[in-house]
Write a protein that binds this ligand. Structure first.
Ligand code: 9D3
Length: 276
């Protein structure tokens, strides 16, 4: 049962998680615990400042180390009082490593973590050096702070907790838990505008349906995210039929003689044909 302690100047961001959707179910059932700590409650001086101008000049403000440390000590003390060990301290920062599902899975199976939400231009580097175990980013775009990334992490953890989704299978089977993009899905009606549902899904041959879905996952991943397929191949996580499909996809690419994949990968040198 993970517990998360969030250091934030804006605890109000987290209220909707407590009152709506999957996260609410996780909190209500006790499968997930959330506490917030405001650095301002640990700030000193008449103005209770939590930020100041950067040494060396430049734009924006920097979060002070001392109020963050006060909030961190309060959080770790409360965790110790609840019988928990020292938790890892994760800072949300655009300079962090991009969050991926294996880390979400580890956190869901753990006692939780302290999540530090940065604001302004950043956090005094000495707090990071001395007290942060890991920096996490949501990707290469600019937000105004770490609160939304923290909420994203909590949502991703909540849906993995036993009894929360009500459907244990979808958490296990979905995109990324096995390292590929998901296959396309269809429901009624059988004919929509000009398009029919693929015939294989309308028959009852479950082995054929499973193979068709796996092939579509491989095909879509190969076109949009070839590095995901290459990683599974490298790790020996593709079976014989997967490898046959992959050989066919490579043959198609070769047949198109240098034609770009339909969604060009971020790095042209990482295109499928360059990697084998
Ligand atoms: C000019 C340098 N900027 C870095 C891109 C400064 C800066 C911008 C925005 C520093 C911090 C922020 C606030 N962003 C986060 O705290 C943040 C974030 C993000 O902006 N994008 C993706 N993931 C994350 S995790 C935390």
């Amino acid at each position: 049962m993970p517990r998360f302690d969030v250091l934030t100047l804006f605890a109000g961001y987290f209220e909707p998680l407590r009152s709506q959707g999957i996260c609410r179910r996780a909190f209500d059932s006790g499968a997930l615990q959330l506490h917030t700590w405001n650095p301002r409650d640990h700030a000193s001086g008449a103005h209770r400042s939590v930020d100041d101008r950067p040494y060396g000049g430049g734009p924006g403000m920097v979060m002070l180390a001392e109020p963050l440390l006060g909030a961190l000590r309060a959080a770790q003390s409360a965790r110790a009082g609840a019988g928990l060990g020292a938790a890892p301290v994760l800072l949300f920062s655009p300079a962090g490593r991009v969050l991926r599902q294996p880390e979400v899975q580890r956190l869901a199976a753990s006692e939780g973590a302290v999540l530090v939400c940065g604001r302004y231009e950043g956090v005094d580097q000495r707090f990071i050096d001395l007290h942060v175990d890991e920096e996490i980013s949501l990707g290469d775009f600019v937000l105004s702070g770490g609160e939304i990334p923290a909420m994203a992490l909590l949502d991703a953890v909540a849906r993995l907790l036993p009894g929360v989704l009500g459907d244990e299978l979808s958490a296990q089977q979905d995109s990324f838990s096995d390292g590929l993009l998901d296959c396309p899905h269809y429901t009624r009606p059988p004919l929509f505008e000009t398009r029919e549902v693929p015939q294989v899904l309308m028959g009852g041959d479950h082995a054929r349906i499973a193979r068709w879905r796996r092939d579509r996952m491989l095909e879509l991943s190969w076109r949009r995210r070839p590095e995901l397929v290459l990683e599974l191949e490298r790790a020996g996580r593709l079976d014989r039929q997967d490898l046959r499909m992959l050989a066919e996809l490579r043959a198609r690419d070769a047949g198109q003689a240098g034609a770009a994949p339909s969604a060009t990968p971020a790095t042209p040198s990482a295109a499928p044909s360059a990697a084998d």
